[in-house]
Ligand binder design. Structure first.
Ligand code: ATP
Length: 382
């Protein structure tokens, strides 16, 4: 168990490519932190710098208050689990898990007890004498985790550990990893490109794009208060809808206009828009999550002045919800609606916008106009 501090960490590869720019993060003891972002955003590079597998070009990395920039990977007390499980094929499960402890020259009784403990934690007791080729993908992944946890590392690093598994197994292993974290209480950094894994596993999530940290916060804050269009689009599934709209002031009320439709926004959001200098006639981008659009009579009655019409182009029945893909004044929007909907392809539907959950982005900077961060802590000012 351990604390980690990344201060102004930067990575420039020898070819001059800046893979990570000014990464700042303080990780608490026992925290489960996720690095998430699209391929090439620099998340693995950052993790590898923490592990010591990649040099840190600039900045300081501390583990439990000690600067470890120049410490060898083996001296950092960190264990890493990779996407390719990297098990030794000629060794049994037991031998694979014993291996790092034998290298560390631990006494035999200690090795036996740690392997037995890890095997119990991970449900591997009946598989200890098998070779990796006689295991399923999920079992192999558990052995790879076992090999990491027997070392009782201060920090556990995981780089896309589930991406070789099929969707169902990924779901199961996600739950296993959550339970493992609960049991071990270790500090974990977990890299993934999958927003569902990030949302379900992380205490806090670091969203990255093009080598830059976009936002660091809890899953629920990222979902409710995305700081910019990138985070808003990356977190949440199906993705948030974005519509080009124009601000329309009418008396005390403020609407966002899309073609012939006006969407009333709440007084609080209108006050923020005005306070930041946005004016009647100005173009902005409206963000609305599919689950905040509805054709249900109750929602239409609740938000009568926040509706837009559109033609249903695709209808998907998913069981607990139905997705409507609707052409709304030339923009395709996705509405995740109640499955009782009568709307089908070709119909014109009226969608109510839950105006409590509307986001508004600046057209040029892509920043969320409604969200402010504390300049010192980077946390949301609610
Ligand atoms: P993925 O999910 O695809 O692994 P990632 O977010 O983990 O993506 P990194 O592996 O950290 O991305 O790579 C970040 C960027 O650095 C990428 O654009 C990559 O091409 C570049 N990069 C990685 N290794 C090197 C290297 N040795 N030399 C130059 N550029 C590199």
């Amino acid at each position: 168990m351990s604390e980690l501090n990344l201060h102004h960490i930067k990575k420039v590869y020898p070819n001059g490519f800046e893979a990570v720019q000014d990464f700042n993060l303080d990780i608490k003891d026992g925290e489960f932190v996720i690095f998430v972002g699209p391929s090439g955003c620099g998340k693995s590079t950052t993790l590898r710098m923490v592990a010591g597998l990649e040099d840190i070009s600039d900045g300081d990395l501390y583990i439990d208050g000690k600067r470890v920039n120049d410490l060898d990977p083996k001296d950092r007390d960190i264990a890493m689990v990779f996407q390719s499980y990297a098990l030794y094929p000629h060794m049994t499960v037991r031998e694979n898990m014993e291996f790092p402890l034998k290298i560390a020259k631990l006494p035999k009784e200690e090795i036996d007890s740690r392997v037995a403990e890890a095997a119990k934690t991970l449900g591997l007791e009946s598989l200890l004498d098998r070779k990796p080729k006689a295991l399923s993908g999920g079992q192999r992944q558990r052995v790879a985790m076992g090999r990491a946890i027997v070392r009782h590392p201060k920090v556990l690093l995981m780089d896309e550990p589930l991406s070789n598994l099929d969707a169902k197994l990924r779901g199961q292993m996600r739950v296993e990893i959550s339970k493992l974290h609960e049991k071990l209480g270790s500090t974990i950094i977990y890299v993934t490109h999958d927003q569902t894994e990030a949302m379900t596993l992380g205490d806090r999530i670091v969203v990255m794009s093009d080598g830059e940290v976009q936002q660091i916060d809890t899953p629920s804050n990222l979902y409710q208060y995305p700081v910019n269009r990138f985070v808003a689009g990356f977190i949440g599934s199906p993705q948030m809808n974005f519509m080009d709209v124009v601000i329309k002031e009418a008396g005390d009320k403020v609407y966002l206009t899309i073609g012939d439709d006006d969407i009333l926004i709440s007084d609080e959001k209108a006050a923020k828009l005005k306070a930041k200098g946005y004016k009647n006639g100005q173009s902005v981008v409206l963000g609305i999550r599919p689950e905040d659009l509805s054709d249900h009579p109750e929602m239409l009655a609740k938000f009568p002045e926040s509706t837009a019409k559109g033609k249903v182009e695709v209808y998907e029945m998913l069981g607990s919800t139905s997705n409507l893909y609707v052409d709304c004044n030339g923009t395709q929007v996705t509405a995740a609606v109640d499955p009782s909907t009568k709307a089908r392809v070709g119909d014109v539907v009226t969608l109510a916008f839950n105006n409590n959950n509307i986001q508004i982005f600046d057209k040029d900077s892509n920043k969320n106009i409604l969200v402010d961060l504390d300049p010192n802590t980077g946390t949301i000012l609610k």
